[in-house]
Design a protein around this ligand. Structure first.
Ligand code: NIG
Ligand code: FE
Length: 410
């Protein structure tokens, strides 16, 4: 009996590796073979260089000619766990209401907090799972999911646990993020400092336990939290070994990008109103700029993020859905990539690197996002003739199959 060195070999597709050591914007490799063992990529090269015939080299041979194979897509910014929806606010905004005014009047994030607190585990999980399945159907293998719609110690932990449970059932890898600094809960309306203290002292260390969260995020905005209020929470995150993120400069230039840069955060996200000083701080701090065109579109914003300045400063750009009930009810990462091109002027190659390599970087994950020996075998196999199509077609079923840690779905 032959023992095969690899579990699977994928044959005949063109790889978009996004490996910067390979030439061109896609790091493309035509007529390729990709070997997988124990969930990792163990070999990449031209088909003709395979060391032995395919059926000798691997237990399973998967031939996928006329496809492009990319890294499994990474949605690095979602709020996919929440109760209820805010379709009523969507209609109200179309009739003239303003996002920030709705929030100040007790709607917005705080209305989703009421709905999330009222939801039982099971329906909360089922709704999140359905959203993650939609993302997976469009090629996503890793999703970041934030807390931030409960704002109590146990409730924030419950949101993170629900996110992981939903991810296991939907077949996507979930990375949790504690976003307790999302809105001030009503019960702390007269004591902001006490809430910030609770987040820093209790929520951050508990979220770090058992890998519930890998990063801590904060909404820096005049309707949310100030840069000063973030400091004790960020210090606690550092002490607990968690990475940092910032919702920055979305509605006003409130210093979010500067804060992210000063703290060396993994990313600053939104950035519609980031100043040149903010761009410089991000470049100095090594932050990824996470662009969220779903929120820009849904809020009918007209002030795009400073993409040219990010390019010039060498700030890497990622793209994410921001899937949430208020500002971005967007359930397709590929659509986010298409919108990043049409609304923000990214090239298709930038947008697709933004939902693979740069998205993984924003999550602090160096084991995925690029097709390279040693990384996870998270793959998306696409029915397209050229990779630009992935950021060109809006909707449609372009995915042929999806592979998570070496295992093909279905
Ligand atoms: O990323 N900006 C803050 N948080 C979300 C919106 C959440 C909500 O409106 O429920 C965002 O856009
Ligand atoms: Fe967000």
């Amino acid at each position: 009996m032959t023992t095969h060195p690899w579990d699977t070999v994928w044959l005949g597709g063109t790889l978009a590796t996004f490996d910067p050591n390979r030439p061109g914007p896609w790091g493309a490799l035509p007529e390729a073979a990709l070997g997988v063992k124990n969930g990792r990529i163990v070999w990449i090269g031209p088909l003709t260089d395979l060391p032995e015939p395919p059926d000798v080299v691997a237990r399973e041979v998967r031939s996928v000619p006329d496809t492009w194979i990319t890294p499994g897509l990474v949605d690095c910014h979602t709020h996919a766990v929440f109760g209820g929806d805010r379709a009523d606010e969507f209609a109200a905004r179309l009739a003239g209401a303003d996002y920030a005014e709705l929030a100040r009047a007790g709607g917005g994030i705080r209305s989703t907090v009421r709905a999330t607190r009222a939801a039982d585990d099971e329906p909360l999980r089922a709704a999140a799972e359905a959203r993650l399945r939609d993302l997976a159907r469009d090629g996503v293998t890793t999703v970041e999911v934030k807390s931030g719609y409960d704002l109590t110690v146990e409730g924030e932990l419950r949101m993170l646990d629900v996110a992981h449970a939903a991810g296991r059932r939907a077949g996507v890898a979930v990375q949790g993020t504690l976003l307790a600094l999302h809105a001030l809960p009503d019960e702390f309306a007269h004591d902001r400092a006490a809430y910030v203290d609770l987040v820093a002292r209790e929520m951050v260390p508990r979220a770090a336990e058992q890998g519930r969260a890998a990063q801590v995020d904060a909404f820096v905005e005049d309707i949310a939290f100030s840069a000063e209020e973030c400091a004790p929470v960020f210090r606690a995150a550092r002490a607990a070994g968690l990475g940092l993120r910032v919702h920055a400069d979305q509605l006003t230039d409130s210093g979010g990008a500067v804060l992210a840069g000063e703290w060396g955060a993994a990313s600053a996200d939104h950035l519609e109103r980031t100043s040149p000083q903010g761009v410089r701080a991000m470049a100095d701090g090594g932050c990824v700029a996470v662009l969220l065109p779903g929120a820009y579109l849904t809020l009918r914003d007209d002030h795009p993020p400073p993409v040219a300045a990010f390019r010039e400063a060498g700030v890497p750009m990622a793209v994410a859905t921001d899937l949430n009930p208020g500002s971005s009810p967007l359930r397709s990462l590929r659509t986010a990539a298409a919108l990043a091109c049409s609304l923000f002027g990214l090239t298709p190659a930038e947008a697709l690197a933004g939902v693979t390599r740069e998205a993984a970087r924003a999550l602090g994950l160096d084991d995925r996002g690029v097709l390279e020996v040693g990384r996870r075998a998270d793959l998306a196999v696409w029915h397209v003739k050229r990779p630009e199509e992935l950021a060109y077609w809006i909707g449609g079923e372009l995915l042929r199959t999806r592979v998570l840690e070496g295992i093909e779905e279905g």
